[in-house]
Design a protein around this ligand. Sequence first.
Ligand code: NAP
Length: 238
Amino acid sequence: MRILLLGGTSDARRLATLLTDAGHDVVSSLAGRTRDPLLPAGRVRIGGFGGVDGLTAYLRDERIDVLVDATHPFAARMTGHAALACAASLVPRMVLRRPGWTASPGDEWHRVASPREAAALIPGLGRRVFLTTGRQTIAAFAELDECWFLARSVEPPSGTLPRHLEVLLDRGPFTVDGERELMAAHRIGVLVTKDSGGADAKLVAARGLGIPVVMVDRPALPPGPVVSTPEEALAALP
Ligand code: NAP
């Protein structure tokens, strides 16, 4: 089958390997946000499709049999476009989303719907903040002059930024020991993260240090089949 795999995640790369090994013709699609992306097995295309209409035309022109949406849980725009384009072109679609995180006993987690809501909570929780919500969300914290931020992202942030900000450019995987040392060295009082799921070293480290966590919830998915591992995605292909 010819499969369009919307990627940008480690699960998408694992699935690309499984699908090409199984003999499928896979085109992985990346948004092109990172300068030096980790490339998956099989064919790769980079850049937006041009909205729902562009993706609908792509599905038709490339004679795609199935679309697998393995984008990041917070790439809601792309996921919404894929649902509409597949419905319009009658191409079967499946979402691969790894499960979100759940709190353990003793954790102090505050679930919020957006980075803006996270920003509203922070002054009541701590003044030294570890921000791991991605460079596109840092502007939401720009008005908190009373707080100091350590913001970790793969690419440098831009736009309006908090006055007291240190940027740490880094890409995982991270270890629990490394995260604990980082948070202790910067005397972090509150961790802000998105519920991305997957490796949870920063959450384990925060638990050990007794640091409260502000967790930005995932946007809702459009209706349709969802699997949580690349192996399940392979098994569920039509
Ligand atoms: P988004 O807001 O949902 O998408 C914005 C636009 O970027 C889409 O409308 C589409 O442009 C283009 N796009 C997004 N993903 C694409 C893909 N896989 N292939 C081709 N075009 C794509 O997405 P985002 O939050 O900017 O994320 C972009 C990519 O980075 C995603 O593939 C995602 O898996 C990855 N990523 C995101 C996050 C995050 O926190 N959001 C974290 C890690 C990785 P057109 O309308 O022109 O088609």
